[in-house]
Design a protein around this ligand. Structure first.
Ligand code: PMV
Length: 320
């Protein structure tokens, strides 16, 4: 039996979500300890490929005609890699298993991490080289399948496993950050990115001037945040996160549950806090002075009703 393995991290958008859709800069960081995993194994007991999605408890054999909707994205990745490399998969019987520690639909990049780990494992299986730029392009194709018109920030930060400044029409730049400690709190409420992005677009159509000003202000927060990260300015970054949160709230993408966790974190010593991702549910992120303080804030968030929390420390280029 032969085996190929790949994984990809979760991510959070630290500053700039939504405005990034309107070509403003945003900052995203990987969350390296929370990951999606893909394993491909040869399987002499089967003469067709089999997909197993462990978290969804779905197993699908290519003998059956239609792929279950919940794992269509996996079949899509298999086809995309086959077409792109113009190759045939080398064994008749093989088994692809997918599992992920990243909560689904919470703004932590679950779909992009699954896409990136699938592409990496399938390229290894086909014994083909995969340049980072191609990984970003292919994972963007799969993101479009999930979300319609994504900005591209999620699949870029997850492919690169490094903090990035991202701007839609300029692409990304990696940067070296000083050390920062964050706690992520999950409201436990799933959200639909495509529909929230659509709501913002409708708001923009109706209130062009005010939305434009919000996007402009968020873009400026991201640019200032880049300096704060590069120069280790904890308090400044915290203030920028708070400012970003009030701008996102003005845009109508916050929620009482997010506000509640954000307030709890600030009352318990966070230097700044905001929702992360599309909003209206999903996760919030708070900045703490130290890992120990992040742990204390995490405990308070659980007491305040968070479904789960994650601690993450950002350091350097942050590649695993
Ligand atoms: O919640 P997520 O991880 O899907 O992030 C959405 C981020 C948005 O800026 C709202 C949309 C995008 O495509 O960048």
């Amino acid at each position: 039996m032969k085996e190929w393995k790949a994984s990809a991290p979760a991510k959070i958008i630290l500053l700039g979500e939504h405005a990034v859709v309107y070509n403003k800069p945003a900052i995203a960081i990987p969350v390296n300890d929370v990951r999606a995993f893909v394993t491909i194994k040869t399987d002499s007991n089967s003469d067709v490929p089999v997909i197993r999605a462990n978290d969804l408890d779905i197993e699908y054999s290519f003998k059956k005609k239609s792929v279950p909707k919940k794992i269509e994205h996996i079949a899509k990745a298999i086809q995309l890699v086959k077409d792109k490399t113009r190759s045939q998969y080398p064994y008749k019987g093989w088994r692809l298993s997918l599992s992920s520690d990243i909560p689904i639909a919470r703004g932590m990049g679950s779909s992009a991490a699954i896409s990136v780990s699938l592409i990496k494992a399938l390229y290894q299986f086909l014994d083909k080289d995969l340049a980072q730029s191609l990984l970003i392009d292919l994972s963007y194709e799969l993101e479009k399948f999930h979300h319609g018109t994504p900005s591209g920030i999620d699949n870029a930060v997850i492919s690169l496993e490094s903090p990035i400044l991202f701007q839609k029409e300029r692409g990304f730049s990696m940067f070296r950050s000083k050390t920062f400690h964050f706690v992520i709190g999950d409201t436990g409420i799933g959200k639909n990115t495509a529909s929230i992005v659509k709501n913002v677009a409708e708001r923009y159509k109706k209130n062009r001037a005010s939305c434009k000003a919000i996007f402009e202000a968020i873009g400026s927060v991201s640019n200032q945040g880049l300096d704060a990260l590069r120069f280790g300015q904890n308090e400044k970054l915290g203030r920028l996160m708070n400012l970003n949160q009030s701008l996102l709230d003005e845009l109508g993408v916050s929620s009482p549950e997010l506000e509640h966790l954000i307030r709890q974190s600030l009352e318990n010593g966070a230097l700044g806090a905001k929702l992360c991702g599309a909003g209206k549910g999903g996760c919030m992120v708070a900045l703490a002075e130290s890992r120990a303080k992040a742990g204390k804030i995490a405990d308070k968030l659980i007491q305040a009703g968070a479904k789960q929390t994650f601690l993450t420390t950002l350091k350097g280029v942050n590649k695993k």
